[in-house]
Write a protein that binds this ligand. Sequence first.
Ligand code: SAH
Length: 229
Amino acid sequence: MTFKASVLTLYPQMFPGSLGHSLAGRALQRNDWSLDVVQIRDFATDKHRTVDDTPAGGGAGMVLRADVLGRAIDHTSSKGDTRPRLLMSPRGKPLTQNRVRDLATGAGIVIVCGRFEGVDQRVIEGRDLEEVSIGDYILSGGEVAANVVLDAIIRLLPGVMGNEVSGKFESFENNLLEHPHYTRPAEWEGRRIPEILTSGDHSRVAQWQREQAEELTRKRRPDLIDDDG
Ligand code: SAH
């Protein structure tokens, strides 16, 4: 089944961008996912095709108009569309691997990319947009954030990752960061691969990896240990 992604943006030429290459790009060619990129400006009605205006109450910057964005959303996602509608926004709920996994099991996604100071609050409420953030920093627009969301989802779609197993032991599964990796050569600049990894004893290897993951998580991300988000 094809996972249907629709992206609403003022910069359609930014897509598929990185998603046109490697795993995601091959999956797009195979039709494991589809991408519909909508130019928000096409839904402006004045002769200058204006999409933004000054903020009510004053202040710096511009705001994406509710009427223009509302029409773009209605065109892209009609009433019967069950796909979740996300608005990329630094005020949103931070994206987690759990949420990504959940989105990857659905029929698709509609993503609105903000620009300027953001979008008129009424369209967020009137069109049930779920605000999602990719981290506590400010980007110049939602396009890169939309790419992040899509990349994380696409690699989880059935058949996309060559080695299915590799998804199962990764960082954030079981709320742990992943253990360190090594490969040949056995020695590099005087540093050797930990002996246990070349012992061939699979259960000791598994135990070592688990301990490393736990130690790393305790040191770097203690917040993950008692977080189920
Ligand atoms: N004035 C806003 C920031 C606007 S940045 C504020 O202070 O909250 C312009 C657009 O970039 C936003 O509308 C959003 O779509 C996108 N964006 C910026 N930072 C983001 C982040 N951390 N996560 C997701 N989207 C982000």
